[in-house]
Ligand binder design. Structure first.
Ligand code: NYM
Ligand code: MG
Length: 220
């Protein structure tokens, strides 16, 4: 139907919960089912800003944090949609063109991981992302931290310590207490296919519903 907007679908969760795998599978499945769907991820490490961030996350630079969180947020806000590669139109523009966006991390990761550091309050961390396009669905991939830690590659990057992940998880839980946001918790300990099936069903419903209502603003 002409004029239907796309849905903004966000996947969140602690590190190694399967967000990237599930985001890619979801886009493929939605496209195969005839939807127009595209993948975005924050941070996108291949861009210039993304490379700076990656060097911080990969512990190759130490002095970068003050700007990292602000830059990440401004990337989500930027008219150039940096750090997504190439100068794609805005999230809003894509949605208004009827394209559903599946986003691998969004403002919630920004707030959870920054506020898990000392001296950064949740409210302070929310401010730079306030007013961004509000997701129509936020899937939280729930996984025990011990299970996440046992998955491949865990422990190599900054933030990948049990204590830090625990604090980030607590922050995610605080954010999930906001009932004005469309959080759906999905058990990520199951097989990739089972998790995918549930996310896909939620997404199909969300795409139908989003077409009938205006896009909101986050945390306003
Ligand atoms: N991260 C992610 C932040 O610290 N701030 C943000 O705004 C975002 C989007 O970067 N540990 C953190 C969370 C993760 C890391 O990991 C990105 P990955 O595997 O590229 O999603
Ligand atoms: Mg990932």
């Amino acid at each position: 139907m002409a004029g239907r907007r796309g849905a903004l679908i966000v996947l969140e969760g602690v590190d190694r919960a399967g967000k990237s795998t599930q985001s890619r599978k979801l886009v493929d499945a939605l496209c195969a089912a005839g939807h127009r769907a595209e993948l975005l991820r924050f941070p996108e490490r291949s861009t210039e800003i993304g490379k700076l961030l990656a060097s911080y996350l990969e512990k190759k630079s130490e002095d970068y944090f003050e700007t990292v969180s602000v830059k990440l947020s401004s990337c989500r806000r930027s008219t150039r949609t940096c750090p997504v590669p190439t100068s794609r139109p805005l999230i809003k523009e894509k949605l208004s063109q009827g394209i559903t966006l599946v986003v691998d991390r969004y403002a919630f990761s920004g707030v959870a991981f920054t506020s898990a550091k000392e001296n950064f309050s949740l409210d302070w961390c929310k401010q730079p992302d306030t007013g961004l396009p509000k997701p129509d669905l936020v899937v939280f991939l729930e996984l025990q931290l011990a299970e996440a830690a046992a998955r491949g590659g865990f422990g190599l990057e900054r933030y990948e310590s049990g204590a830090f992940q625990q604090r980030a998880l607590q922050r995610f839980q605080q954010l999930m207490g906001d009932v004005t946001l469309p959080w759906k918790t999905v058990d990520a300990s199951r097989s990739i296919e089972d998790v995918h099936g549930e996310i896909r069903a939620l997404s199909e419903d969300t795409i139908q519903a989003a077409a009938q209502k205006p896009l909101g603003e986050l945390w306003t």
